[in-house]
Design a protein around this ligand. Structure first.
Ligand code: THU
Length: 131
């Protein structure tokens, strides 16, 4: 997949922010990912009265990916409630790494970066194979 059509990913991510359940932080997040078969998967954050139980938007996106048949993420865009690009938190970079790997592209406030630029020296599936 040579050229990424980013606009549909931004549209899907923004649409997801409107479904976010964020009554505690007041900080809706939406994320969308392009899959290597052309699907677009997406998610929103889902908070909980037990704050630490909160699901980040990327958790929902990965669940959408796997439940929808799997595949590899090739491009991801995460936005806040104003549609501005945000960085996935550290835990969610690890989630994207598992399902996209080093080549997966990510929109960031500093432009498009590869996953191995935003999660250098990542721990991943290959490390377990070497055990
Ligand atoms: N959040 C995400 O959904 N993804 C991230 O990568 C960063 C943080 C959510 C979790 C919480 O509901 C809210 O943003 C504030 O931390």
């Amino acid at each position: 997949m040579a050229e990424i059509d980013w606009q549909p990913l931004h549209d899907a991510a923004v649409a997801m922010t409107r479904r976010a359940y964020a009554p505690y932080s007041g900080y809706p997040v939406g994320v969308a990912g392009l899959v290597d078969d052309g699907r677009v998967v997406a998610g929103c954050n889902v908070e909980n009265a037990g704050y630490g139980v909160t699901l980040c938007a990327e958790c929902g996106m990965v669940s959408d990916l796997v439940a929808g048949g799997g595949g590899r993420l090739v491009a991801v865009w995460c936005v806040d409630g104003r549609g501005e690009t945000i960085m996935p938190c550290g835990r969610c970079r690890q989630l994207v790494w598992e399902h996209g790997g080093a080549d997966c592209l990510l929109q960031t406030p500093q432009g498009v970066l590869r996953m191995d630029e935003v999660l250098p020296q990542a721990f991943g599936p290959e490390d377990l194979e070497r055990r």
